[in-house]
Design a protein around this ligand. Structure first.
Ligand SMILES: [Zn+2]
Length: 251
């Protein structure tokens, strides 16, 4: 499997690869495309004390004979917001789980023009990003369904069919069209709800879940924000034309 695919489907994602120093990405604080820079952290754990400490603390890592937990941190170059992630796992086999622990429950902003039912689910999904990516993707999926409802896309046998119908009827700009098409192909995303019912555990990487949120944000811009902006420009132009005509007629 190519390295890029491995990053999306399969192995555990180390947040060092997403938020580590010198990596470009979206800031979980300010939502902007940024570059992360190193953050110096003081010792995160207090001294355990006692003559026979139950655990050993070294640098940003704490471990016993069987378990190990370590912290990593960086900051956003633009807003200086701190990002902290945690890796935990078996002492000998290496890290088994990884999650972002700061910022926690940080909502992504949604333009006011987006219908409340859509915006609400989007915010809920974004609060779970990097913390519970399966749940984050499940809410992102629900958000997309609500958006398709709002766009009057007829109900189909499944979400993939609805996306296809939507793609065929809307002139989305090239990149967004391709991205939404990819989302349709993303098996995990499409079958998420069904899998929750059957109890299967799905591995959704933070990148995959984050990308789904990015695509939704692009759809908000394209379907709700841009049409309104263009309409306002036309109205302003028309008003100016009327004014000019009036002035000519009056002179
Ligand atoms: Zn930032």
């Amino acid at each position: 499997m190519p390295v890029e695919e491995q990053k999306f489907f399969g192995r555990m994602m180390d947040f060092e690869e997403i938020y580590g120093a010198d990596i470009a990405g979206k800031c979980p604080h300010c939502d902007r495309d940024t570059r992360f820079i190193s953050a110096s952290m003081p010792s995160p754990f207090p001294s355990m004390g006692g003559s026979s400490p139950p655990a050993t603390f070294y640098g940003q890592r704490i471990f016993t004979e069987v378990q190990s937990v370590s912290l990593g941190a960086s900051q956003c170059f633009l807003c200086k917001g701190l990002i902290v992630w945690l890796k935990s796992g078996d002492r000998n086999q290496g890290p088994l789980t990884s999650m972002r622990i700061w910022p926690i429950g940080k909502e992504r902003s949604v333009p006011e023009l987006v219908p409340p039912a859509v915006a609400q689910v989007y915010k809920r999904s974004s609060r779970l990003l990097d913390f519970d990516n399966g749940a984050c993707a499940a809410f992102a999926r629900t958000c997309l369904e609500k958006l398709l409802d709002d766009q009057k896309v007829k109900k189909g046998p499944n979400l993939a069919t609805r996306i296809t119908t939507f793609l065929e009827s809307h002139k989305l700009p090239g990149e967004l069209h391709l991205n939404l098409d990819k989302l349709r192909e993303m098996g995990n995303f499409i079958h998420l709800n069904e899998s929750f019912v059957t109890g299967d555990v799905l591995e959704i990487s933070p990148e995959e879940a984050g990308w789904a949120l990015d695509i939704l944000a692009d759809l908000f811009e394209e379907l709700y924000v841009r049409p309104k902006e263009q309409q306002e420009r036309r109205l302003a132009f028309d008003a100016k034309q009327i004014e000019t005509t009036r002035n000519i007629a009056g002179s």
